[in-house]
Ligand binder design. Sequence first.
Ligand code: SAM
Length: 213
Amino acid sequence: MRLRNIPGAKDELKQYPTIVVQDPSQYKGSWNKLFNNDNPIHVEVGTGKGQFLVGMSELHPDVNFIGIEKYDSVLLRALEQVKELDRPNLKFLNEDVEDILNFFQKGEIERLFINFTDPWPKNRHEKRRLTYKGFLEMYEQVLVDGGEIHFKTDNQGLFEYSLESFAGYGMTLHNVSLDLHRSGIKGNVMTEYERKFSSKGMRIYRCESKFRS
Ligand code: SAM
């Protein structure tokens, strides 16, 4: 992702702690108290400018959504949208997914979304891919037993790698689509990257993978 650094972005994010949660480790084990309900929590890792979760949180008001994005200048774009909305079921963390175990305890997350994550095509960068087994180990530690990862990408190589990674970890694969937009799927909310790539005629790959319960 090409990044434009926006001076003061971090300070601006801090002005809206009800949307961009500060020091999220303090809510480990008590996110439902913060949301003030017992609804399930769904997390998007590498959320970017937040379009997907803005759409999902409107469509599913009975689910709590949290987006994790490490770049403050990118997350600022999400904040700009969300602060104009009344969206109590949507929050963001300006954090690195590598630290996810500091923020959630086992069973706190019901579903995880990984959308159009950076493919890191070089073999020596495999460990940086958000579907690498090291990340799966972490996701398993915060998801409910039998929790699911819903994954979308435009990148065939990353998709094939990720299917192998999920299966190699002992996860089961469901609803695998090699051309999502021609699959007749209902209720698909497009991400920023999905919109961009599909408008160029590129196909979108999607799958759901499920941890053992
Ligand atoms: N999910 C969005 C979409 O589909 O439009 C954004 C896709 S963009 C290619 C990937 C995003 O993931 C970037 O904004 C990047 O900063 C973020 N990202 C990558 N690695 C991350 C990590 N380890 N922790 C948090 N965010 C990360």
